[in-house]
Design a protein around this ligand. Structure first.
Ligand code: G3H
Ligand code: ZN
Length: 280
């Protein structure tokens, strides 16, 4: 089950994985990737599924957008703690999932992740897991937590996961971009772990921090809150300027355009062109 993520490991380049809640997010994520002429991961989180009340309608829309895109788009189920939801995603045609058992004790995380990996691999589905809780999610995790490289390598060997989300200083749902990543730890994790590394909570990381993280060995960069800041900011501005508006298309389309621009910018930042060789 090779993913567009796999070939980037060790290249110093990364790929953006953006969370969609509304159809407008999903449209903007695909359009932004097409603008940048770069592949993208379109993520639906378990929390977004809870918001909609079910996975199937939104998954169908995202899979259709992906199928008709002019660049590779992978639809991914993000932060799934519910194993039944993973089975449902696979049945709907989603071929990339994150099983998030990071809040469990290590031995339980290993056992449950390994079982999910076996089922998903049998269906041709790629699996990301998490080790070392990434701060901020639901306010429940401590931002100081870090993933240990030796434990990460052992976890990947024991579970067979295709990618590993690591805790290296970022925190979910930040509204400021001042998180400081542990670049040295990213380098050690990349050297120790034989699968692509995933950064969560990337909205709180400044652009330079993201560039360095990718250079040091992060491959998949998960971005959610940043898109919501951009979308809501633009919608708020539009509604403040035009108080007579009632048609949601009139205020959501500027918001969607702003998200499209942010996606294209982020993708370009994560996938810098290789430096020209001296003398050429
Ligand atoms: O899995 C999704 C990401 O970790 C998003 O985090 O909303 O802080 O960018 P963020
Ligand atoms: Zn996350």
């Amino acid at each position: 089950m090779p993913s567009i993520v796999d070939g980037l490991r060790g290249s110093g380049r990364g790929i953006g994985a953006f969370n969609a809640i509304l159809l407008e997010h999903a449209e903007a994520i695909v359009a932004g990737a097409e603008d940048a002429r770069l592949p993208v991961i379109l993520q639906i989180s378990q929390n977004a599924v809870l918001y909609h009340g079910s996975l199937a309608p939104f998954a169908a829309a995202c899979l259709s957008l992906a199928a008709h895109a002019s660049v590779p788009v992978v639809v991914h189920l993000d932060h799934a703690e519910d194993e039944a939801l993973i089975d449902q995603a696979v049945a709907l045609g989603i071929r990339s999932v994150m099983f998030d058992a990071a809040a469990l004790p290590y031995a339980d995380n290993v056992a449950r992740t390994r079982a999910v990996v076996e089922r998903c691999h049998a269906a041709g589905c790629w699996v990301e897991a998490e080790l070392g809780e990434i701060g901020g999610k639901d306010g429940a995790h401590a931002p100081g937590v870090r993933t240990d490289p030796a434990e990460a390598a052992a976890f990947v060997a024991a579970t067979g996961v295709d990618a590993l989300a690591v805790a290296v200083g970022s925190s979910h749902a930040m509204n400021t971009r001042d998180a400081v990543l542990d670049d040295e730890l990213i380098g050690r994790l990349a050297a120790a772990v034989p699968v692509p590394l995933v950064l969560h909570g990337s909205s709180g990381v400044p652009e330079d921090g993201l560039r360095r993280a990718v250079r040091e060995g992060i491959t998949k960069v998960n971005v959610g809150t940043l898109l919501n800041r951009v979308l809501t900011g633009k919608v708020r501005e539009t509604l403040a300027e035009r108080t007579e508006l009632t048609d949601p298309r009139k205020y959501l389309s500027p918001g969607r355009d702003a998200v499209r621009t942010a996606v294209a910018q982020t993708l370009r930042l994560l996938a810098p062109a290789p430096s020209p060789v001296a003398g050429h």
